[in-house]
Unconditional design. Structure first.
Length: 119
């Protein structure tokens, strides 16, 4: 049964990708060739471009806060079973998370304005 995982699944993926290359229409339009959310322009053949680190900072902060909030999900599900100590630890964690968010907002790391002089 393990052969399905290592042989059949990659073979199926290759076949489906090949079918996509053969039958998918390749007609770019204005939305397809416009700048992506990361800031890169979709210029064919372009290997280097100016990239603002702000996009990476926002992505990293989003990932960190997302993972921290995922850690709070098991507590929310089992809140009726944890003692006062567990609730206190979770509240301390939540307060630290909130303090970190406020500090990042005040430093301008998660500012969504397009002004480059905003710090």
């Amino acid at each position: 049964m393990l052969y399905v995982l290592f042989i059949v699944v990659p073979a199926l993926a290759i076949v489906l990708l090949g079918l996509n290359l053969l039958f998918a229409p390749h007609k770019p339009y204005e939305e397809k060739v416009s700048a992506y959310e990361s800031g890169f322009s979709a210029i064919h053949g372009q290997t280097r471009s100016i990239f603002h680190i702000h996009f990476w900072v926002v992505a990293l902060l989003f990932t960190i806060f997302d993972l921290e909030l995922v850690l709070l999900f098991p507590l929310a599900v089992s809140l009726y079973k944890v003692s006062f100590y567990g609730f206190t630890v979770a509240m301390i964690f939540f307060v630290l998370l909130t303090i970190g968010f406020v500090l990042e907002y005040q430093s301008g790391a998660i500012s969504l304005s397009s002004n480059k002089n905003n710090k």
